[in-house]
Design a protein around this ligand. Structure first.
Ligand SMILES: [Zn+2]
Length: 355
């Protein structure tokens, strides 16, 4: 019975339809303390051991599809107060049904647990480091570096594709966008471009010239990209809010991307005419004071246009902040607090040509 089935498949070329992955046979998948047989969902922790500072446990979920296929990693909460991205992954934990999936999904909803619990933006309060700047990490470094090391070994090295989720932090009013980072390797770039279009966010930043040294890749998506795995970054949500529309962008985008990767049945819904941005310019504050924005997230501004004012603590205007380039306000400072060197806005410059 088995033999004749195999012969039929070989003769009709059906074998060619299976993805050419080493793990093409559906089998058990373990990560950290989570382990799932085909058709199962399992939860556990990536256990970051104690070192120069405290140990920590990062929650991980593995959803092992009934059918064989690739491994997709979904990682959020490197910045633990970018809540929309975290809530989107929480929704996907329950939404994804292993009986419908071809392949395996690794979900890491909150990398930076201390940031989330203590409501500290941008960094891990244990060592004051951003948890998306120290990849591929160090086994003997501080907590952020040890966590990054573990994620590189356990998540990046074992996935075929990766999506890193971010958004506006507590002090950032952000409009949704994604990053696509071409590598010059045509086959890989074709897949990552398919992923970013299938995800469907309507503004896409082309992120070129990223570190290629495997020991200094800095960002999670770049760590994955540099190791040959098509990866993208997606951003939605802002300033501590969890809006239904923003969560839906991330959840629906993930499902559409999984369809494009043939991990779910059905057709993806790619964005047809995204705005491609080929440069992001940081606007930094020249001094401390009180910030009064004059434009909202998503506004299109012209070079030299006034986008905000800074006053001293007596109400006297002391700085006018102007757009250094024409483009779209990707995010703008959402709170009055300002110190010298703070990023008051990011402006995305429109690419002359779609890639
Ligand atoms: Zn972030």
């Amino acid at each position: 019975m088995l033999r004749s089935f195999a012969r039929t498949c070989a003769a009709s070329g059906v074998f060619l339809l299976f993805p050419l992955f080493a793990h093409a046979q559906a089998s058990s998948f373990s990560i950290g303390t989570a382990s799932a047989a085909p058709g199962q969902k399992s939860t556990g922790y990536l256990q970051v051991p104690a070192g120069v500072d405290a140990a920590t446990n990062i929650p991980v979920i593995v959803i092992n599809g009934e059918k064989p296929g690739p491994v997709l990693a979904l990682v959020s909460g490197a910045h633990g107060t970018e809540y929309t991205s975290i809530i989107a992954i929480e929704k996907l934990i329950n939404l994804l049904d292993p009986s419908q999936i071809a392949g395996t999904v690794i979900l890491v909803p909150i990398v930076n647990i201390q940031s989330f619990e203590q409501k500290v933006p941008h960094v891990n309060p244990i060592d004051n480091k951003s948890m998306n700047r120290f990849y591929p990490g160090k086994a003997d470094g501080t907590q952020t570096e040890r966590a990054s090391f573990l994620i590189t070994k356990q998540v990046v090295d074992r996935c075929d594709y990766l999506i890193d989720y971010h958004g506006g932090d507590l002090d950032e009013s952000l409009r949704p966008y994604s990053y696509w980072a071409p590598t010059g390797k045509a086959a890989q770039d074709q897949i990552s471009k398919k992923m970013v279009l299938a995800f469907g966010l309507d503004h896409i930043i082309i992120w070129r010239d990223r570190p290629t040294d495997l020991s200094a890749t800095r960002y999670l998506d770049n760590t994955s990209t540099a190791r040959g795995k098509p990866s993208i970054v997606v951003e939605a949500g802002y300033a501590g809010t969890v809006e239904t529309d923003d969560v839906a962008l991330l959840v629906d985008g993930t499902l559409s991307t999984m369809r494009a990767l043939k991990m779910l049945s059905g057709s993806p819904r790619p964005i047809e005419n995204p705005v491609w941005l080929d440069k992001v310019v940081d606007v930094l504050s020249d001094g401390p004071g009180i910030w009064y924005p004059l434009v909202k997230r998503g506004a299109y501004v012209q070079e030299a246009m006034k986008i905000g004012l800074v006053t001293d603590y007596f109400g006297k205007a002391r700085l006018e902040v102007r757009a250094p380039v024409s483009g779209v306000i990707l995010h703008i400072n959402a709170v009055p607090s300002l110190k010298k060197g703070d990023n008051v806005a990011d402006i995305g410059a429109i690419a002359a040509h779609a890639p």
